[in-house]
Design a binder for this molecule. Structure first.
Ligand code: AQP
Length: 337
């Protein structure tokens, strides 16, 4: 039986952090045997906000290398760079022409990100969810792993596929685009900033101390955890709304050690911050060690990584071209001679 397809990606807007890993990439690794997986570095999304061209190139390659270093197996999944497949931009345009502007203006992430940009909001930022719909729909993805923050964007992709393409243009009820389902992760924990347990850990937070990146050295990790915000209570606990930092740091500890929350709860119930922080530091350092080793090998001699991306591009191109042509044909664009 054919495996169902999965599509996902991360923006190369900075160095990947443990939130990106624990909340996304580590789940893809678990799912790659069960689903025919397509994972891309979504560089076209990264240019919807101001960026440094040199850093973008660096981060794009680093992100692809980290997918592999974190355990994405190029024999099991297709790894590629979004901008290498022209069909993403092309389908985005076609979908733009059928998507009502007022659907876009409702997008919460746009509103949040637009506030940060002041008067400099690009049309691309407003269009971000349509590009994301194109990413997903091009590969006939059955499922898309989503966290809470991406649910609204996936719903938009479903509505565009169903209401704006399939119901308007299909002939004899034959779907043109597959309508994807969200794959809500059981352990979809959101990792919060080290400086504020109420705001998300983010690549683009100007304060580097707010996140642990996957490539941080043991020394840097030690320093960042030492400075991480705590509270005045003794004993650590999950789920106390007055102690978001305790919840966050315990969650990270549970996830990097792969221990059950129940066990962590008992282990740390009578522990002070002074004892817990070194434990957490060591746990993070050991969890990241194998990733950093594999990453360094991939970056020392880039031939393996280049080959992985070349193969991924070829496969992604084949699959996406079929969908793109199906959409072009259905909406009335004349076939190329
Ligand atoms: N803090 C987080 N905890 C858990 N999961 C997270 N993800 C991001 N931050 C956390 C998940 O990582 C995937 C890739 O995200 P993205 O790069 O497409 O955009 P993002 O969610 O906006 O990530 P960042 O790190 O916060 O980047 P910037 O600062 O550029 O906006 C997604 O699956 C996301 O859920």
């Amino acid at each position: 039986m054919n495996k169902k397809r999965l599509l996902s990606g991360v923006q190369p807007t900075g160095e990947l952090h443990i939130g990106n890993w624990l909340g996304a990439i580590r789940n893809w690794v678990t799912l790659q045997n069960q689903y025919e997986s397509y994972v891309c570095v979504v560089d076209l999304h990264a240019i919807t906000v101001p960026h440094d061209p040199k850093k973008l190139k660096e981060n794009t390659l680093k992100t692809a290398a980290l997918y592999v270093a974190c355990g994405m197996d190029p024999n099991e999944c297709t790894i590629f760079i979004q901008s290498h497949i022209a069909a993403h931009s092309e389908l985005c345009w076609l979908l733009n022409c059928v998507t009502p502007i007022n659907w876009m203006e409702r997008m919460i992430q746009f509103k949040e990100k637009a506030v940060k940009q002041g008067n400099n909001v690009s049309l691309g930022l407003l269009d971000y969810p349509v590009l994301m719909a194109a990413d997903i729909l091009l590969y006939d993805a059955d499922v898309v792993p989503v966290g809470e923050d991406q649910k609204q964007h996936l719903e938009l992709a479903r509505n565009i596929a169903q209401q704006r393409i399939n119901s308007r243009f299909s002939i004899n009820n034959k779907s043109i685009l597959k309508v994807p389902e969200p794959l809500i992760m059981k352990d979809g924990s959101k990792i919060m900033s080290l400086c504020d347990g109420k705001s998300k850990m983010s690549k683009s937070d100007p304060n580097e101390g707010s996140r642990i990146t996957l490539l941080d050295s043991p020394d840097i990790i030690k320093k960042k955890i030492k400075r991480a915000k705590t509270d005045q209570y003794f004993g650590l606990e999950f789920n106390n709304p007055e102690r978001p930092e305790a919840h966050n740091l315990l969650t990270i500890y549970a996830m990097v050690t792969d221990k059950e929350k129940e066990n962590i709860k008992q282990e740390c119930a009578n522990m002070g911050w002074g004892k817990f922080k070194p434990l957490l530091t060591e746990a993070i350092i050991s969890a990241l060690e194998p990733i950093q080793e594999k990453y360094n090998l991939l970056m020392q001699d880039k031939s393996e990584l280049n080959q992985i991306l070349k193969n991924g591009t070829n496969k992604a191109e084949q699959v996406s071209t079929i969908t793109l042509n199906r959409v072009k044909n259905s909406i009335g664009l004349l076939n190329r001679i």
